[in-house]
Write a protein that binds this ligand. Structure first.
Ligand SMILES: [Cu+2]
Length: 174
C-alpha cells in the first residue's frame, strides 16, 4: 500500500465520521439522473468533485482485458473534463464508450457543472489491459482520475470476478 491509498482511507474514515455527526445526509439533488445515492461517493480531492462506487471486474480468462466502473460528480458550477483514468496494478487503461453494440475509445469526458457521470456496464467504462496477476477477486485496487487541468482524485476500487453483477456479458460488449 502506498501513501495515497492510506490517505484515501483516512479521508473515507473522516467522511464517514462527519456523516455520522451531521444531522442530515446530503441529498441527491443536482445529480443528473444517477439512480444510486450520492452517499457512495468518496473523498473530495479535486475541489468540488467527488468520485466513488469504483470496482474493477477481472476477465474470465486471464490475460484478457478487465473493465472498471465508477461514478464522479461535479459539484462546481463550471464544466470539468476527465482526461484519463489510471488503475493500480493495470498496465494500461483506456476510457471507452459502448454505443449501438460497439465500443470505442474516448479521449476525454466532459462533466457539466452540477452533473454526475456514471461509468457503468453498457455505457462509459474503463478497459484494463495487462492486469497484474496479484489482483484477485475480493481484493482492492485504486482508480486515479486525472482531469484536463491536471487535478487528480484517487479512490479505492473493489476487485470483482466477472459475472458478479447481473450483466454477465462475456468480454467485448461492456
Ligand atoms: Cu471497452
Amino acid at each position: 500500500m502506498h501513501r495515497a491509498t492510506l490517505l484515501t482511507a483516512l479521508l473515507v474514515t473522516a467522511a464517514a465520521l462527519s456523516g455520522c455527526k451531521g444531522s442530515q445526509a446530503p441529498d441527491a439533488q443536482g445529480s443528473a439522473g444517477a439512480s444510486e445515492s450520492a452517499d457512495a461517493l468518496g473523498p473530495d480531492a479535486k475541489p468540488g468533485v467527488t468520485a466513488g462506487a469504483a470496482r474493477l471486474v477481472l476477465p474470465v480468462v486471464p490475460g484478457r482485458p478487465g473493465v472498471a466502473y465508477f461514478r464522479v460528480a461535479n459539484n462546481t458550477p463550471g464544466k470539468i473534463t476527465l482526461a484519463g483514468v489510471h488503475v493500480q496494478g493495470v498496465g494500461k487503461a483506456e476510457m471507452h464508450r459502448t454505443s449501438g453494440g460497439h465500443m470505442a475509445p474516448v479521449a476525454t469526458v466532459d462533466i457539466a457543472g452540477g452533473a454526475s457521470i456514471a461509468f457503468v456496464p453498457g455505457g462509459l467504462h474503463v478497459m484494463a489491459f495487462d492486469i497484474d496477476p496479484s489482483l484477485k477477486a475480493g481484493g482492492q485496487s485504486e482508480l486515479t482520475l486525472t482531469f484536463a487541468d491536471g487535478d487528480k482524485i484517487s479512490i479505492p476500487a473493489k476487485v470483482e470476478a466477472m459475472g458478479a453483477d447481473a450483466g454477465g456479458m462475456a468480454g467485448m460488449n461492456h
